[in-house]
Design a protein around this ligand. Structure first.
Ligand code: APR
Length: 266
């Protein structure tokens, strides 16, 4: 089956994961780069990216995030990100981007905040760890660069405070021991969008997280056309093939350029 259905009117959702940013040089979450040493102990990302770890060692968890954020800030959007900017220009309010990536590259590439749901947050922002306000604040140009293994100075620690109540601030990201919600992560909006989509294109995700997988199943149940772009098989490629959709077994940039051509009717 061709990608012809991409040009049919209606809401077209793009759901992206770490694979799209791999071409910008950002290491994937679960790769070897992810390990972090605190004292004599090595931590796996799945241990550090937790509310529990933050309650035990906030300065160390912050140091890990500030290092990862510096890596993201040094990276540039790639052809895949730019293809999605083009897709939004072509589709306007029939376009929605739902990303698991916290690297902020979609917004830096030029997708609009209104049509980009960052469902795992954004590493460039912080908010009150006690949730005294839902407000989130930009880290701005502070803390850059931040080297691997660097420790927070007391002056830096003093800056990582909630501007409203003065308690610890935390990174504005979804941790492994936390649940999605609408307030910070557009959970309900993402699910209801999936129910209205005529096509859902998943890009560079292993399908390990809950909301994107739910969205795939909701869209499939409603008869949406499913496309998966990923060199490796994954739950979305399987679902797309089962539902008469397409698995583009290639890189995010190659696949997205092809999909944008199909939207233009090419
Ligand atoms: N183009 C397309 N896909 C690629 C590319 C590429 N150039 N390179 C790698 N991939 C694919 C891999 O085959 C894999 O399926 O990207 C996927 C990356 O999978 P993960 O690292 O599991 O990333 P993701 O699905 O985004 O899940 C990470 O889980 O731990 C949480 O919150 C964290 O958002 C993060 C999410």
């Amino acid at each position: 089956m061709s990608l012809q259905r991409m040009s049919q009117p209606g809401l077209r959702i793009f759901s992206t994961g770490a694979g799209i940013s791999a071409e910008s040089g950002i290491p994937t979450f679960r790769g070897e780069e992810g390990y972090w040493t605190v004292g004599a102990k090595e931590y796996h990302p799945q241990e550090l990216a937790t509310h529990y770890a933050f309650t035990q060692m906030p300065a160390e968890v912050w140091a890990w995030y500030l290092y990862r954020r510096a890596v993201c800030r040094a990276a540039q959007p790639n052809t895949g990100h730019l293809a999605l900017v083009e897709a939004e220009k072509l589709l306007g309010d029939q376009f929605l981007l739902v990303t698991q990536n916290v690297d902020g590259l979609h917004l830096r590439a030029g997708n609009s905040p209104g049509r980009t749901f960052e469902v795992h947050g954004n590493i460039d922002y912080f908010r009150c760890a006690e949730n005294c306000t839902p407000e989130h604040y930009p880290l701005g140009e502070g803390f850059l660069p931040f080297a691997k293994g660097q420790k927070l100075s007391p002056e830096q620690q003093a800056l990582l405070r909630c501007p409203r109540c003065g308690t610890w601030a935390r990174p504005h990201v979804l941790w492994f021991d936390e649940c999605y919600n609408e307030e910070h992560f557009r959970y309900d909006s993402s699910r209801s969008a999936a129910a209205k989509a005529v096509t859902l294109v998943s890009v560079g995700t292993s399908g390990a997280t809950n909301l994107p997988v739910q969205m795939g199943f909701i869209a499939a149940q409603r008869g949406a056309f499913l496309v998966d772009i990923n060199p490796q098989p994954n739950p979305f490629s399987q679902l797309a093939e089962q539902q008469g959709g397409r698995w583009l077994r290639e890189s995010a940039s190659t696949g997205l350029v092809r999909v944008v051509k199909a939207i233009q009717g090419g």
